[in-house]
Design a protein around this ligand. Structure first.
Ligand code: SF4
Length: 247
């Protein structure tokens, strides 16, 4: 297991053929990946000699091919695959590996939805790829439109850190919605009403909802419940139009 795996809740393993990133929008203010990368650099962890400076690690590209048991994989937990400094050809190589590894489910998450939309026609969208965009507040709701413009079979949105109220989103056809408040000492507030509305939209659209955590803003983190319920629904993966059920 790599050191990077410690921060994942839904996935079983992370796969980081790219490490490092630069801030892109408001949700990046307290980026956990930057803190971890700098700590790994300090501790001389392999592949973290550059800290959080974006760098490609081609030797990691083939790692999933050697995993014999099915895994849920978080792709680039320590970066953003669609960062402007990641060449198209490298993104295509990452997708080639995911296309080949159909026993695994790969979760890819980006804030750079414009680049995703632009390069998407060049990529092969197999059903084992769960493609998501982060929408941390209303200012970034256009990312859902960019995601919907792709031919990704399984799409999700991640509203984390949830730092601003969001007007109603059309969630129809999504495989999953994740939400969570910000963690860490500089956490910004999140209000239950924002999460409650999102939960209701998921239920209306019949989309699984995973509520990860409340904000660490204030003295002590509260339980991750809304109206007394935990929401930890797994993504519903489609092999269009049928259910894709190896999860
Ligand atoms: S896009 Fe993600 S990895 Fe990159 S700086 Fe923002 S929060 Fe960090």
């Amino acid at each position: 297991m790599l050191e990077e795996d410690q921060n994942i809740e839904w996935a079983q393993i992370s796969w980081n053929p790219v490490i490092g990133c630069t801030p892109f929008s408001a949700g990046c203010q307290n980026c956990y990946a930057r803190v971890i990368a700098e700590k790994f650099k300090h501790n001389k962890v392999k592949d973290y000699e550059n800290g959080f400076k974006l760098h490609l690690i081609p030797s990691r590209l083939t790692m999933p091919l050697s995993w014999r048991k099915p895994k849920k994989v978080f792709v680039n937990s320590m970066s953003d695959l669609f960062h402007e400094d990641v060449p198209d050809a490298f993104i295509e190589q990452v997708f080639n590996v995911m296309n080949k590894c159909d026993i695994h489910v790969f979760m890819v998450l980006t804030k750079r939805s414009e680049r995703l939309k632009q390069i998407a026609p060049k990529l092969k969208w197999t059903p084992n790829i769960l493609m998501g965009v982060t929408i941390e507040s209303n200012a970034y709701r256009h990312r859902l439109d960019d995601l919907k413009a792709t031919k990704a079979i399984n799409k999700f949105i991640c509203i984390e850190p949830f730092i601003g109220a969001i007007d109603k989103l059309n969630l129809t056809g999504l495989s999953w919605v994740i939400a969570g408040g910000e963690s860490g000492p500089y956490a910004r507030p999140m209000f239950d009403d924002w999460v409650r509305s999102l939960r209701d939209w998921c239920q209306e659209a019949d989309v699984p909802f995973w509520f990860k955590q409340k904000s660490a803003y204030g003295e002590r983190r509260a339980k991750a419940t809304i109206d007394g319920h935990y929401y930890k629904e797994e993504p519903r993966l489609y092999k269009s139009p049928d259910l894709f059920d190896f999860l």
